[in-house]
Design a protein around this ligand. Structure first.
Ligand SMILES: NC(=O)c1ccc[n+]([C@@H]2O[C@H](COP(=O)([O-])OP(=O)(O)OC[C@H]3O[C@@H](n4cnc5c(N)ncnc54)[C@H](OP(=O)(O)O)[C@@H]3O)[C@@H](O)[C@H]2O)c1
Length: 268
């Protein structure tokens, strides 16, 4: 397995497009973020590519993840779609290429699209490969197609209100790095009383506590923000150390309810 060494935290870009994402990402890179998360379906790879190529920081200092959308899973479309992503991102390679969601209802079999993902790594289009929104059962199926030592990352929903423990624990046992999406639950953590109380103890905000909690569990948070103060706070949050008591209080606020559960989601 490629040793992925993911910089933490990363900068999420879902819902951000055009000048909005360019400004936010430029500010994030200035502040010290060195990991950016995009996807074909976000329709912002071009903007992300422009922000990175126009920045004074070198390409090699910035870790880029993109994700292949399931419309591109057929053998004839997979690699051309990744080449198009690279053109938009203005780079010869990404650091991490993910399968964004498993193929809905298994329409395209894993035996068709996962070998294409591996080929992208062998061709040098990406340094590492992984998946997103895969359950332990789906990971087992993936192992049977491309082996246990190929998938470096599973990107899944993780935040204090949806802790996704079974999948996090499974991945960590298998040596698969977990990237946690929606680390601040799209702002919802700000209203939680337990997080508010812990934030008060650290003189910070519930958002920072949520990011610190994730980081302390060994999950890589990828918060998104267009607000300069939030961007800085999200970067600084991983320096906060939560006590075992604070960690166990947060463990108890898991609602078990996902925020992201589209109709094409797998049988969780
Ligand atoms: N693989 C997948 O299927 C998948 C699914 C969803 C997301 N993702 C990835 O995960 C990233 C993060 O998820 P997300 O963007 O949906 O949700 P998120 O990062 O949990 O939340 C973003 C929202 O929270 C606010 N926020 C951020 N930092 C804050 C802070 N310090 N204090 C208060 N509010 C704050 C932002 O507003 P402001 O702009 O005002 O700060 C924004 O409205 C995405 O951008 C994407 O890259 C992946």
């Amino acid at each position: 397995m490629y040793d992925i060494s993911l910089p933490s935290p990363g900068f999420g870009t879902f819902r951000l497009k055009g000048d909005t994402v360019k400004h936010a990402l430029t500010h994030a890179l200035n502040a010290g973020f060195n990991h950016v998360d995009t996807a074909q379906i976000y329709e912002n790879e071009q903007d992300v590519g422009e922000a990175i190529s126009e920045h004074t920081r070198k390409r090699g200092d910035i870790f880029i993840t993109t994700k292949v959308w399931f419309d591109n899973f057929e053998k004839s479309a997979f690699i051309p779609s990744v080449e198009e992503s690279l053109t938009k991102l203005k780079t010869d390679y990404v650091d991490l290429l993910l399968i964004h969601w498993p193929s809905p209802d298994g329409k395209v079999p894993m035996s068709e699209y996962l070998p294409e993902l591996v080929s992208c790594m062998h061709k040098g289009l990406t340094r590492g490969i992984g998946v997103s929104n895969f359950t332990p059962e789906l990971l087992e199926q993936a192992f049977s197609v491309i082996g246990e030592d190929t998938i470096s990352v599973n990107q899944i929903e993780v935040h204090p209100l949806f802790q996704n423990r079974d999948t996090v624990n499974y991945c960590q046992r298998k040596g698969i790095a977990v990237v946690g999406y929606m680390p601040v639950a799209n702002g919802k953590v700000m209203e939680n009383d337990v997080l508010k109380a812990i934030a008060k103890e650290h003189q910070t905000t519930p958002a920072s506590i949520a990011i610190a909690w994730q980081h302390q569990l060994g999950v890589v948070p990828i918060p998104s923000s267009t607000n300069e103060e939030h961007i800085q706070a999200n970067l600084d949050a991983i320096k906060i150390r939560l006590t075992p008591e604070q960690m166990s209080k947060i463990e108890k606020i898991d609602t078990g309810k996902r925020l992201i559960d589209p109709d094409f989601a797998p049988d969780w």
